[in-house]
Ligand binder design. Structure first.
Ligand code: GTP
Ligand code: MG
Length: 418
């Protein structure tokens, strides 16, 4: 599968003539980043006011648009790990969008005969390996002996459990490994390590799936997770990658609790010259509704909804997330198109509990696993693959922009067992 991005003409700097000009809002949405303001009106939805609990008032949004750029890097971000399809003919416009929703046809981007920037990917693999070094060195010790015996498998079991792989995935890997050893008649522990890498890559494979942008206008992506997991940072990094490639992005600061949260997202908006809809102390569902409505009206490519951190045990806050989801659907019947959970790779087996709880509450479509550097052990991805195989769109190995990349099962298995 290959991600694609809707081709569109360069955006104009002013709203279309048929968009009415705004009147002052009674409960104005505050826009942290206002590069250039041309007020316009956001269509109201009769259904929204009661559910959002907020006055659905017209609002001004800034209209600065990112500069269009080459699509290669975007494809690398969203379809990385797979070879770029070559020799794709100039695409005839297709109707990838569901028939129920009237929108311009999606034109899958022509895939030129380019290959992925391999040097960059190799550089990334180096950073991933560095991030997972602790785990990889403790697993590697298991294979330094000369014999393949029960002691080796016992040591391996301990190492996998220590790496947060969890009981079920560990048992699966051991059984699968023994089968492979028998089949290949391997005699060297180093060969067993290679077989383990294959077994792990196979287990992780279902998690590898690119995030597709361009099938819907806008693609609405809701982002949730526990406190401090890396939601806002990951959204910022994604925004940068998207904006760099010419995608028009609208951010929704639906973490309305902390002023710092809005500012943090606002910094990314300013940096990338993208729009942000935020409201001090407002209802997060109302902000999300407004953002999606604005994204639709302005034909944004992507609306990213940042939500406040919460624990799955905080039931009222989990209910609030469900409400955000419902209200987003009221703004756009096909949305949200993606509901992502950001998990901190350091949280070990607790990450699996988070995946279960948030999935039960929100029907997750994807994961972003951050902080797979430092003390993170990485095995938790195997546990997720075994018990709740939700696609891992991105993994993060640091705070810098280039430290967030697409997940590739083989690469990850290699890094964990290097
Ligand atoms: N080492 C490391 N730090 C990261 C990574 N991703 C995010 N961080 C850091 O983690 C901290 C929390 O990140 P945020 O993006 O604010 O997390 P959040 O989930 O939005 O937090 P709340 O909104 O408070 O729930 C920040 O200091 C980030 O720089 C990563 O991949 N590696
Ligand atoms: Mg945040």
């Amino acid at each position: 599968m290959f991600s694609f991005f809707k081709k569109k003409p360069l955006p104009s700097a002013v709203p279309p003539a048929d968009e009415p000009v705004s009147t002052p809002a009674s409960a104005p949405i505050e826009h942290v980043h206002v590069p250039e303001i041309v007020p316009d009106i956001i269509p109201e939805s009769a259904a929204s006011a009661s559910d959002t609990g907020a006055a659905q008032s017209p609002q001004a949004i800034p209209v600065a648009e990112p500069v269009a750029g080459a699509m290669g890097r975007l494809r690398q971000m969203f379809g990385a790990g797979k070879p770029a399809p070559v020799d794709t003919p100039t695409p005839a416009p297709t109707s990838a969008a569901p028939a129920a929703v009237a929108r311009p046809p999606v034109a899958p981007i022509a895939a030129p005969a380019e290959t992925l920037p391999l040097a960059e990917r190799a550089n990334w693999l180096g950073r991933l390996k560095a991030g997972l070094r602790k785990t990889s060195s403790s697993i590697s010790t298991v294979f330094t002996g000369t014999k393949i015996d029960e002691a080796l498998y016992e040591e391996l079991e301990d190492a996998l459990l220590m790496a947060d792989t969890g009981v079920k995935a560990t048992q699966h890997l051991l059984a699968d490994l023994k089968r492979r050893v028998k089949e290949t008649k391997a005699t060297e522990p180093s060969a067993v390590k290679e077989l383990l890498a294959q077994s792990l890559a196979d287990l992780l494979q279902p998690l590898e799936k690119p995030l597709v942008i361009g099938q819907f206008t806008p693609t609405v992506i809701m982002v949730a997770g526990v406190n401090g997991a890396g939601k806002t940072t990951s959204i910022g990094k994604l925004t940068k990658h998207l904006a760099d490639e010419g995608a028009s992005v609208l951010l929704a600061a639906a973490d309305t609790y902390r002023a710092a949260a809005r500012e943090q997202l606002g910094v990314w908006a300013t940096r990338n010259t993208v729009e942000i809809v935020s409201q001090q102390g407002g209802d997060p569902a109302a902000v999300s509704f407004d953002a999606v409505t604005a994204g639709k009206a302005r034909k944004k490519d992507v609306v990213l909804v940042d939500t406040a951190g919460r624990l799955p045990t905080q039931l009222h806050l989990m209910e609030e997330l469900r409400k955000i989801r419902r209200v987003v659907t009221k703004a756009d019947a096909t949305a949200p198109h993606e509901v992502l959970l950001v998990i901190d790779g350091n949280t070990g087996q607790n990450a699996l509990a988070q995946v279960r709880s948030f999935d039960d509450a929100l029907q997750l479509t994807g994961l972003i696993v951050t902080k797979l550097d430092g003390t993170a052990k990485g095995g938790v991805l195997a546990a997720i693959a075994q018990e709740r195989p939700i696609p891992v769109y991105f993994i993060g190995v640091g705070e810098k922009l280039e430290d967030l990349e697409t997940f590739n099962a083989k690469e990850f298995a290699q890094a964990l067992l290097s």
